[in-house]
Write a protein that binds this ligand. Structure first.
Ligand SMILES: Cc1cc2nc3c(=O)[nH]c(=O)nc-3n(C[C@H](O)[C@H](O)[C@H](O)COP(=O)(O)OP(=O)(O)OC[C@H]3O[C@@H](n4cnc5c(N)ncnc54)[C@H](O)[C@@H]3O)c2cc1C
Length: 486
């Protein structure tokens, strides 16, 4: 089934308790902090119905039902190419980068699907729940987000030795389900339908069972749940902050104040081995759409820098061309990893097609670690005017306009109005508080950098380089038998 934008809007008018700036939000679909991104998400839903985009955004399944391409379980390279096209179409329609609109988090459920046999061995009670939830998201066209990160507290102490709620945990079991208490950070939760809640990266030590090892699906209007959102970037004037005002994906601290999770929504419980397994495989699919968004950010940086260089004829300078080429190398480096990860995909334990894991995780490190340097290079190429230019109201003011037009008009192609717009765009891309927020999002939202490198370490095949050195250095066979140190 595919939902319309209005179906989506209706689905989030469900009595959820949302707060922003100390204000209780009655309806997230109309509140100024959320409306731009809710409208955008609704437009993306409508794309699956519109004649021009229907075929790229949806497909007909074996039961004759039309479903959303981004939510489809990937089984072939063509499925991945279709997903890539759908995300490109979404970002073309949006005119900007939105990451947490569902397709980028649904893959966490596919990892669970892959692991359902392993999880059933650990605790057979929940295998059916996993399977049912996978299909529920697809068939219900749900907007599904991700909840991993707790406030954590003092990590030199065990959770039990401080306020135990610093990490989300089970406080009791009832016939109806488990009751959980704690808090999680979640982007987009206030306007999504549900989240896959699971433990953050944790050192489980030798404990086999823990009240903290729990994973479940929670609706965003559950009784006892409070969304306390950070203040929004929207509303500052779209002419001066064209990205912040349209693409702010508001983050939430969700409080779970004794929330009951029905047994049918529990995906794993108490077994630390299950929790560790989930953490180890969580991003095997979802890293792809996460990195894909950075490709579009790279395109925006190249476009902004190149327009700025061309305006003033700086693109003729070899030193400037080199810097533009560096941005192009970054962009194509990401593109190469994404393209090759699909072309060289790997079969998962349940028969899905995973992007090549080593290429995907190394691509994520390339894209995320180089992003600050590339933003800085863009800032440099755009010049200091991105942070000193007066705002749009000054450009329209009758007394100021002649001066600003005089000093911001460059030639017959670039009048003052276009120059101001480009500078405002570039500022919001690499220099504004929203730009800084996006950079931090890419640093952390799919786990912190050390976890990205740990994923590379676990997935890169070190045997090839070892064999090459063994042969070339004439080492004996026994060196290959050495087990990696824990
Ligand atoms: C904009 C934004 C959006 C987010 N959206 C979501 C979301 O939708 N869902 C969600 O679940 N989470 C989300 N997060 C949270 C994100 O997952 C966490 O910020 C991230 O996992 C890091 O956790 P932390 O902030 O608690 O930092 P910490 O765990 O305190 O880590 C801070 C730093 O300490 C060091 N460090 C900590 N532990 C280790 C270690 N074991 N080994 C080596 N170094 C270590 C590293 O340098 C690390 O970067 C979001 C974060 C941001 C900033």
């Amino acid at each position: 089934m595919i939902r319309s934008g209005d179906d989506y809007r209706e689905s989030i008018r469900d009595g959820r308790e949302v707060w922003v700036g100390g204000e209780r939000v009655k309806d997230v679909t109309v509140h100024p902090a959320f409306k731009p991104v809710v409208d955008l998400r609704a437009r993306l839903y409508d794309m699956a119905h519109a004649d021009a985009t229907k075929e790229v955004m949806s497909y007909v399944d074996e039961d004759g039902e039309r479903n959303a391409v981004p939510l489809k379980l990937p089984r072939t390279t063509d499925d991945w190419r279709a997903k890539r096209r759908a995300v490109e179409a979404m970002m073309d329609e949006a005119g900007g980068v939105v990451t947490r609109v569902g397709d980028e988090t649904v893959g966490e459920m596919w990892s669970l699907y892959d692991g359902s046999e392993v999880l059933a061995e650990i605790d057979p009670r929940f295998a059916e729940n996993i399977e049912r939830h996978i299909w529920r998201v697809l068939r219900g066209d749900l907007f599904h987000v991700s909840a991993n990160t707790d406030p954590k507290g003092d990590r030199s102490k065990l959770p039990q030795d401080q306020d135990p709620d610093m990490l989300l945990h089970v406080v009791r079991e009832t016939d109806a389900g488990i009751v959980v208490r704690g808090a999680k950070y979640e982007t987009a939760a206030a306007y999504a339908n549900q989240a896959f809640v699971k433990p953050t990266i944790a050192n489980w030590g030798k404990e086999e069972l823990s009240d903290y090892a729990v994973g479940f699906v929670a609706p965003m209007n559950a009784k006892g749940m409070k969304h306390i959102c950070r203040s929004g970037f929207a509303g500052r004037g779209v002419e001066d902050y064209p990205l912040a005002c349209r693409f702010d994906e508001v983050d939430t601290l969700i409080i779970f104040d004794d929330v009951t999770v029905p047994w049918e929504d529990v995906l794993f419980y108490r077994h630390t081995r299950a929790a560790a397994f989930i953490r180890g495989t969580l991003h095997r699919y979802s890293a792809f759409p996460y990195v894909h968004r950075i490709l579009r950010m790279a395109d925006f940086m190249i476009g902004a820098a190149m327009f700025n260089a061309r305006q003033t004829g700086l693109d003729k300078q070899p030193a400037v061309q080199e810097k533009l080429a560096q941005l192009a190398c970054y962009r194509e480096g990401i593109n190469a990893h994404l393209t090759a990860a699909i072309a060289d995909g790997e079969r998962s334990p349940r028969g899905l097609l995973m992007p090549n894991q080593s290429l995907l995780y190394t691509g994520r490190v390339l894209a995320c670690t180089q992003l600050p340097a590339m933003m800085h290079l863009t800032r440099e190429l755009c010049g200091g005017q991105i942070c000193v230019t007066p705002d749009s109201t000054s450009f329209r003011h009758p007394e100021l306009q002649p001066w600003l037009h005089k000093f911001y008009t460059i030639n017959e192609r670039w009048d003052a109005d276009d120059r101001r717009k480009l500078l405002a765009f570039a500022r919001d891309l690499v220099n504004s508080d929203y730009a800084g927020h996006r950079l931090t999002f890419k640093l952390f939202a799919q786990s912190p950098p050390f976890a990205h490198l740990a994923a590379v370490y676990r997935n890169f095949n070190f045997d090839g380089p070892l064999r090459a050195v063994k042969k070339s250095a004439g080492l004996s066979d026994k060196v290959m038998a050495e087990k990696p140190r824990p």
